[in-house]
Design a protein around this ligand. Structure first.
Ligand SMILES: [Mn+2]
Length: 300
């Protein structure tokens, strides 16, 4: 019988892939959320401290949510546009909190990645990566990365700890949903290292007035059908309110599913949320998208 892999085993396996590199590009989903941003910062910390690898973080879309903009600024992360980068210039390519071929990341899945660390269900394209650690049981990728930092005995700097606490909190809805013992342990270890006041400022980052006018449209247009609430926001200049309104409307009494839609630059953006454990909102959203005849996008 083979012994289960320990965090130290995993660290050594990943280190074997990273050793000798001078530079690494860390790729995250098109519109990175707090967990993706924190996981990228944590991998950068590990690669930096343990291997002296200079890291860049890249994604394809724009970061629009005020909280995420504030988090990136706090970390001093210089995020780059993936399409403007020559991947050949980096010694290593990593992806965190996403996988090649997934709908939320615009990335050629035939490009071989060196490292993939994620907590979504494993994808076929991921298996060609040189090192993969995909644990779909986990509530957050930040939790997985924390195990590496701990195994490497790296003292997590305050901004990174603050980001990781936020990443775990937001992906698990304050540890109330889809979280495991590992998420709670990582949270409890990281919380004393984080800056709670800074986190409070990030979570409640100032919102532009346009946020409230879009929220008003979402609320005005919301229609409840039994246990479902649907809102079509019409044409918008940016898509972030689609997901925010879907989150917000899911709190409607007796509602189990929320769906918001908007048209941005000829793309139909759709966000689907459910409180149902068997709901599989991701699968449903993909089926709704159907075959792309015209431009479409699924922001799940
Ligand atoms: Mn995540």
């Amino acid at each position: 019988m083979t012994r289960a892999m320990t965090p130290e085993d995993r660290l050594e396996r990943m280190s074997a892939i990273l050793v000798g590199a001078r530079s690494m590009l860390i790729i995250v989903q098109n519109t990175p959320d707090p967990d993706a941003i924190a996981a990228a910062a944590a991998l950068r910390e590990l690669a930096n401290e343990r291997h002296e690898i200079a890291c860049s973080v890249a994604h394809s879309g724009a970061v629009l949510r005020a909280e995420n903009v504030a988090l990136i600024r706090h970390l001093g992360l210089n995020t780059r546009a993936l399409s403007e980068l020559d991947l050949e210039r980096f010694d290593r390519l990593a992806m965190v909190d996403a996988q090649p071929g997934a709908g939320n990341v615009t990335f050629d899945p035939t490009v071989r990645l060196d490292v993939v660390i994620d907590h979504h269900p494993i994808r076929r394209e991921t298996r060609s990566a040189r090192f993969t650690d995909v644990r779909s049981r986990y509530g957050a990728t930040s939790t997985i990365l924390y195990e590496y930092l701990k195994a490497a005995k790296i003292e997590v700097p305050t901004p990174v700890a603050t980001a990781m606490v936020y990443g775990i909190r937001s992906d698990t809805q304050d540890l109330g949903r889809e979280s495991t013992k590992a998420d709670l342990e990582a949270f409890l270890d990281l919380y004393p290292l984080a800056n709670a006041r800074t986190l409070g400022r990030i979570v409640r980052a100032p919102l532009p007035r346009s946020y409230f006018s879009k929220l008003r449209i979402a609320l005005d247009q919301a229609k409840v059908f039994g246990t479902r609430v649907v809102s079509f926001l019409g044409p918008l200049d940016s898509p972030e309110m689609v997901a925010e309104a879907a989150d917000f409307l899911l709190r409607t009494e007796n509602v189990e599913w929320s769906m918001c839609l908007a048209v941005v630059d000829d793309w139909l953006h759709l966000s689907l949320r459910t409180i149902s454990r068997e709901g599989h909102a991701g699968h449903v959203a993909r089926n709704l998208g159907g075959r792309p005849r015209r431009k479409r996008s699924c922001a799940v």
